[in-house]
Design a protein around this ligand. Sequence first.
Ligand SMILES: [Ca+2]
Ligand SMILES: [Ca+2]
Length: 195
Amino acid sequence: MASSELSDILNRRQKINDALENGESVKQSFKVVNVYTEFHEFSRKQIKDYQSTFNKYDVGRDGFLDLPELKIMMEKLGAPQTHLGLKAMIAEVDEDQDGKISFREFLLIFRKAQAGELPEDSGLSYLARLTEINVDEVGVNGAKNFFEAKIEQQLKTNKFHDEIRQEQEERRLAEQERVNRRAQFQQKAAIFQHN
Ligand SMILES: [Ca+2]
Ligand SMILES: [Ca+2]
C-alpha cells in the first residue's frame, strides 16, 4: 500500500475518532473506508470501477440509487424493468431497508453475481453483466449482442446447465435401455413363437 494511501486512511480514522468523541454520527464515512476490506474478493481497481458506474447513475448525487435512477439505468443498459421488477431488484440488496441502493448495497449485487446467487433472468443479473461493458461505446444493440454472447458462453460452463444436460443424457440412456429391453423381449417372444 502506498504511504500516501496509508496516511489518508489514518487521517480519516483520526477524523472518525474525533467525530466519535464529539458524539457525531460517522456511519457513512466509516462504511466508505470499509468497502475495500468488506469486499475483499474485489480488487481496488474493480471497486473503483463499480464506484464510477454507481456515480454515473446516481444522477441526484446523493450517494444512493433510488427507484427512478435505477429505472433509467436499466433502460440505458438495454434491459428495461417494470416498476415491480425495479422494486424487487432494490429489495434483493436493500439490507438497511431504506428503499434505495447505497454503494455498499450496490457492491452486494456484484458479490451475489460472482457467487452465482442471482437467477439468470433476474434484473440484478442483467445489471451485473451489462455494467461490465461500456454501453456508451458499443451502443445498446452492441450491448445486447455482447450480452447474448456472454450468456451463451456462461451457459457452456454453467453448473446448472451441466446438470440439465446430464439429466437429459440420463433420460436419453434410460429411454435407450427401455427400447433395448423391448427389442430383447420381442426377440425372445419371436423365438418362443417359433418353437
Ligand atoms: Ca440518487
Ligand atoms: Ca438501502
